[in-house]
Design a protein around this ligand. Structure first.
Ligand code: PHE
Length: 363
């Protein structure tokens, strides 16, 4: 027999369980326990039929009231839980429309300054009518040295700090090209004069410090025909350097030098101003060594089957890494090879900024 006091205890218990339910699943378990088919209140309702009319008259309204209040409490709690869940979701899915747009891969990606400079150089020389040629990184002694007039055992070979591969069965040793000059020989062998081309490429020497890395980059230039002379060489270099450094003009100074494959050979300095760490090309009272060049040696022409009495011309070799560092104020060459994303973000270029002379090398 249930009495009024017991009903109050039951009501208090369910009311607490409802208030304590922190999610809809728990709340539903409370609903089943109270009002489900075999729920506590449902069972008591079933008991009404077995009561005497007097008891039923008392208990009926009490039970109905209990059932109703618990039902209402369940509904209210369910609404509250749903509302709370919604506001949690809204808070987590909130969009701050004032935030900047996330960069796309195309916008976030950067062109390495070296690739940029490579493209700039090609654009400038292409505009002057130079073709672009290529050769292999792994060279033979013949193309890297002998055909370029480095006699066997000549000390100039030692100056190159060459990386050699293990000797083959015939005793010959492949090597990593120490300069792009072998491409002069390969290209002349394959074609007929006049020649006018550049070759940007990877080069290798066993050397490493702030301004030298074991792998670096050069641009070779070669012009061969019947009348090309040193004045053309000087003009070509002046035009190139002014365009590359994006200044109105540059002043060059040529110093005698030595390369086995050119005669005469020269080192070229460009007038510059040094302002602390900054170097400005084309002004000031200082000189900066920038490249090596010369008139192609008759022995090189002979080695590719050209008659040196008929053909002549010039060659030059520019350190690509060095002019990239100068143009973009990059102090340490080794950073070029470290693949540090922060460095690349700072010094790199947007993917669609393709250098052209008409559109500007650097925008
Ligand atoms: N090959 C030379 C070097 O690497 C540079 C050079 C190229 C000099 C062409 C003269 C002419 O040092």
């Amino acid at each position: 027999m249930t009495d009024k006091a017991e009903l109050e205890t039951i009501e208090a218990e369910f009311a607490r369980a409802i208030a304590d339910a922190m999610d809809e699943q728990t709340l539903d378990a409370v609903r089943v326990a109270a009002l489900g088919k075999k729920g506590r209140i449902s069972e008591m309702m079933k008991g009404l039929g077995k009561m005497s009319p007097d008891e039923r008259r008392d208990m009926g309204p009490l039970l109905n009231g209990l059932k109703e209040r618990i039902g209402e409490a369940l509904t209210a709690r369910k609404d509250a839980l749903q509302e709370a869940a919604l506001s949690v979701r809204l808070a987590s899915e909130k969009i701050d429309v004032t935030l900047p747009l996330r960069e796309t891969a195309l916008e976030a990606g950067r062109i390495h300054p070296l690739s940029q400079v490579w493209d700039e150089v090609v654009a400038i020389f292409a505009d002057m009518g130079f073709a672009v040629e290529n050769g292999p990184d792994i060279e033979t002694d013949h193309y890297n040295f002998t055909a370029l007039n480095f006699p066997e055992g000549h000390p100039a070979r030692e100056m190159h700090d060459t990386f050699y591969f293990d000797p083959k069965a015939d005793g010959s040793r492949a090597l990593l090209r120490t300069h792009t000059s072998p491409v002069q020989v390969r290209t002349m062998e394959q074609g007929k004069p006049p020649f006018r081309f550049i070759c940007p490429g990877r080069t290798y020497r066993s050397d490493s410090d702030q301004t030298h890395t074991p792998q670096f980059h050069q641009i070779e230039g070669l012009v061969i025909d019947e009348t090309t002379h040193m004045g053309h060489l000087k003009w070509t270099l002046e035009e190139f350097l002014a365009a590359f450094f994006e200044v109105d003009g540059v002043e060059l100074r040529m110093r005698p030098s030595y390369f086995p494959f050119t005669e005469p050979s020269m080192e070229v300095d460009v007038r510059c101003a040094r302002l602390g760490n900054e170097i400005r090309i084309g002004e000031g009272d200082d000189w900066l060594e920038i490249l090596g060049c010369g008139m192609v040696h008759p022995n090189v022409l002979k080695a590719v089957g050209l008659d040196p009495d008929k053909y002549q011309g010039f060659a030059f070799g520019i350190g690509l890494d060095r002019i990239a560092m100068l143009k973009y104020g990059i102090p340490d060459l080794r950073a070029f090879f470290e693949a540090d994303l922060r460095w690349l973000k700072h010094y790199g270029f947007a993917a669609l900024d393709v250098p052209t002379l008409a559109g500007g090398l650097t925008s």
